[in-house]
Design a protein around this ligand. Structure first.
Ligand code: EPZ
Length: 433
């Protein structure tokens, strides 16, 4: 079947029509961070008290996580941007396979389950289209804390030996600064007996947000945001009410790039600038003026010229903004080199951008992007969450109206993206089929 025929089939699925050529203006709102809210929800397992989060984004993944936690016995109530969770009575420590497989962050619940209950049976999360995404570091860390772990039929059976089934503090050095491994081990260590030091940890803002919440719940965590985290284990944790999830730096970066690709002046808020320093620097380098204040950023693009990026762990350029930035570079003046260092297969958006007239050559995990004057609208498909966002950005700048399918990915990470973009001048509509 020809690519066009496949694409036209795709277009029969729910999709967005994105009219190109409209400039944006005004202020666009950023929701709470998906990759923080999800892990903060799993922290509810650590206490019998109520945990209440606010500024929680309205995403399908939040619904998925609510379902998984409810399957363990957690009482979950969602109301607008608030989620109240209570894990006083846990009926299970075995989240169902089909739910964990669809939502990687739910695997992180193995940490708090072991810390609180001393046992857990959690399915291995599958890889996905962007890479194998192993959980070797998560398991190494839990074993170092004293858990006995066996893997059978794709299920991790974890148990803490000893009369009181309590983990013991340990010194751990991660082989790679995995975000999920850092968060999983951190949530296991807070209730362990004694002190733990975890080195070569992820320093992402979402890790820092988790550490802040745990400390609000009575934990003793220090060093989050640096290469070494120290945890003094405590007997128990209490709840926390009204804890605000940090703004989503990836959504904020996506909207800044939407302004840049449409050459529009736009205000994006709320933003914590230090969560995006590497991205802000690249936006300045490629020709955008940024007015940064305590609550947000106003971007004013001038002539966009090509710059190179290499994705790295925080504070480097985030892999989750690689695809949106590549969309921006397709109409920059000159040639940019984009290197993906975090995932082994995160270049699938290249083919779709090429269908819109982009000039890109891929060599392994490096894409050489030669800027063209204008993209042309086409039916395109987002292959993962951030690739889908990149397709929307490309559609905003293309000549004509594009059809972007793959919304099941987009809706996982962007809270009502079309309403937000339409609110600042875009012309996007969602078509059921
Ligand atoms: C988190 O995934 C985010 N997801 C991802 O966001 C993000 O891309 C990633 O961190 C990197 O910033 C959530 O927080 C829910 P990792 P995570 O473990 O924790 C390798 C999005 O679009 N690795 O830091 O799963 C792994 O293969 C999503 O919002 C090992 O080699 O990421 C990958 O190449 C996508 N061994 C790299 O590290 C391990 O034991 C980063 O993985 C663990 C990881």
């Amino acid at each position: 079947m020809t690519a066009a025929a496949i694409a036209s089939q795709e277009i029969l699925k729910p999709h967005l029509t994105v009219a190109g050529g409209h400039s944006l203006g005004g202020t666009i709102r950023v929701s709470g961070a998906k990759n923080s809210a999800l892990v903060l929800m799993t922290a509810s397992l650590l206490t019998a008290d109520t945990l209440e989060l606010c500024n929680v984004p309205d995403l399908t993944d939040i619904g998925g996580m609510s379902e998984i936690l409810a399957s363990l016995g957690v009482k979950v109530e969602r109301q607008a941007d608030r989620v109240r969770l209570n894990a006083a009575v846990l009926s299970s420590s075995e989240p169902p396979y089909e739910l964990v497989n669809s939502l990687r962050a739910s695997f992180f619940s193995i940490g708090p389950l072991l810390g609180r209950l001393g046992h857990a049976k959690v399915p291995l999360p599958g890889g996905c289209r962007i890479g194998a995404r192993p959980v070797v570091e998560h398991i190494r860390g839990l074993k170092a804390l004293g858990a006995v772990i066996q893997v059978e039929h794709g299920i991790i059976h974890a148990n803490v030996p000893g009369p009181n089934k309590r983990l013991k503090g340990a010194s751990i050095i991660l082989d790679c600064p995995s975000v999920g491994a850092t968060e999983t081990i951190l949530m296991a260590a807070v209730l362990a007996e004694g002190t733990s030091t975890i080195e070569n940890v992820a320093q992402e803002p979402e890790v820092q947000d988790l550490a802040n919440l745990l400390n609000r719940m009575g934990a003793r965590v220090s060093g989050a945001g640096s290469p070494v985290i120290t945890v003094e284990g405590v007997e128990s944790l209490h709840g926390c009410l009204d804890y605000p999830v940090i703004p989503d730096r990836i959504e904020a970066g996506t909207f800044l790039m939407a302004a840049a690709i449409t050459r529009s002046r736009l205000r994006v808020e709320p933003v914590v600038p230090e969560h995006l320093n590497a991205v802000l620097q690249k936006l300045r380098d490629c020709g955008c003026h940024l007015d940064i204040d305590a609550t947000g950023i106003t971007i004013t693009p001038k002539e966009i010229t090509a710059v190179d990026i290499t994705t790295q762990p925080f504070p480097g350029f985030p892999t989750d903004l690689q695809a949106p930035f590549m969309a921006l570079m397709t109409t920059a003046r000159g040639t940019s080199v984009i290197t993906e260092r975090i995932y082994e297969n995160r270049m699938q958006h290249v083919g779709e951008l090429q269908r819109m007239g982009a000039s890109i050559r891929v060599d392994g995990n490096t894409a050489i992007v030669e800027g063209v004057f204008r993209l042309s609208a086409a039916p395109v498909k987002g292959s993962d969450l951030r690739a889908s966002a990149a397709m929307v950005l490309a559609g905003l700048a293309a000549d004509g109206t594009s059809k972007v399918s793959g919304l099941q990915h987009l809706d996982r990470g962007y809270d009502d993206i079309e309403a937000k973009l339409n609110g600042v001048g875009a012309v996007i509509s969602r078509q059921a089929s």
